[in-house]
Write a protein that binds this ligand. Structure first.
Ligand code: HPA
Length: 237
């Protein structure tokens, strides 16, 4: 059933088996223009840009997810289910729940805890914690080691809410559920991979710290996330 409602590609094979997913379409464009060769843009629908190219001669695609679980839920489902995509690696930003994480530190997400109803509504799955693919994580960890980039292997909180009325609730989520950082997409991505028999992983770069109140600007973020991008790009096949 292609093209799908949100991706205008009419044939399989245009999109690589491995897709990197930043949240921001401009970050997808930046990655394609900066790191890929032989680039072809395959999606413009809603300005959610998608590109296929080669990295060191190996094929890879990069496409934005938008923000939040409903958004990444739609795009990852269509890529996995209709376009033959096998692996999706989210490359995003997160807020740190502990002063032990510094701005620009890279996190390899072991699993995502969430109070979201995404998994329950999607398939009846009652789990509140969903793991990333161990196979993809092992590969990403090895690549990071080879590149000399330190990664923290941590559980993340996938939140439906960015602006909470009770800011301090993060302390309880850190202590009770062991989440060291917060973002808004991994739980839905990992769930979709599970129900569709595919693989997903997530690398995050710390963009703000809820304890120390340090934060980065969106311009800094776009280009400073290169460590995370270089690790993910090595997954090209
Ligand atoms: N909250 C939720 N998502 C985020 C944050 C945050 O503080 N920082 C980056 N993504």
């Amino acid at each position: 059933m292609i093209p799908t409602a949100h991706i205008e590609v009419k044939e399989e094979g245009i999109i690589a088996k491995t897709v990197l997913m930043p949240g921001d379409p401009l970050r997808a464009q930046f990655i394609a223009e900066t790191f890929l060769e032989n680039v072809e843009k395959f999606n413009n629908v809603r300005n959610v840009f998608g590109y296929t190219g080669t990295y060191k001669g190996r094929k890879i695609s990069v496409m934005a997810s938008g923000m939040g679980m409903p958004s990444i839920g739609i795009y990852s489902y269509e890529l996995f289910n209709f376009y033959g995509v096998e692996n999706i690696i989210r490359i995003g930003s997160c807020g740190a729940y502990t002063a032990d994480l510094n701005l620009y530190d890279v996190i390899l997400t072991t699993d995502a805890w969430s109070e979201s109803t995404y998994a329950k509504v999607q398939s009846g799955c009652e789990d509140d914690t969903i793991a990333a693919s161990v196979d993809l994580n092992n590969k990403l960890e090895k690549i990071a080691e080879d590149l000399g980039i330190k990664v923290h292997k941590n559980r993340v909180h996938s939140s439906d809410v960015f602006y909470r009325e009770n800011f301090d609730e993060y302390k309880d989520i850190y202590e009770t559920h062991g989440c060291t950082s917060v973002e808004m997409e991994s739980f839905a991505l990992f769930h979709n991979a599970n129900v569709l028999g595919k693989k997903a992983a997530c690398l995050l770069t710390v963009s703000d710290n809820l304890v120390t109140h340090e934060l980065t600007t969106s311009e800094e973020r776009q280009e400073a996330f290169t460590n995370m991008m270089k690790i993910a790009l090595e997954m090209a096949e």
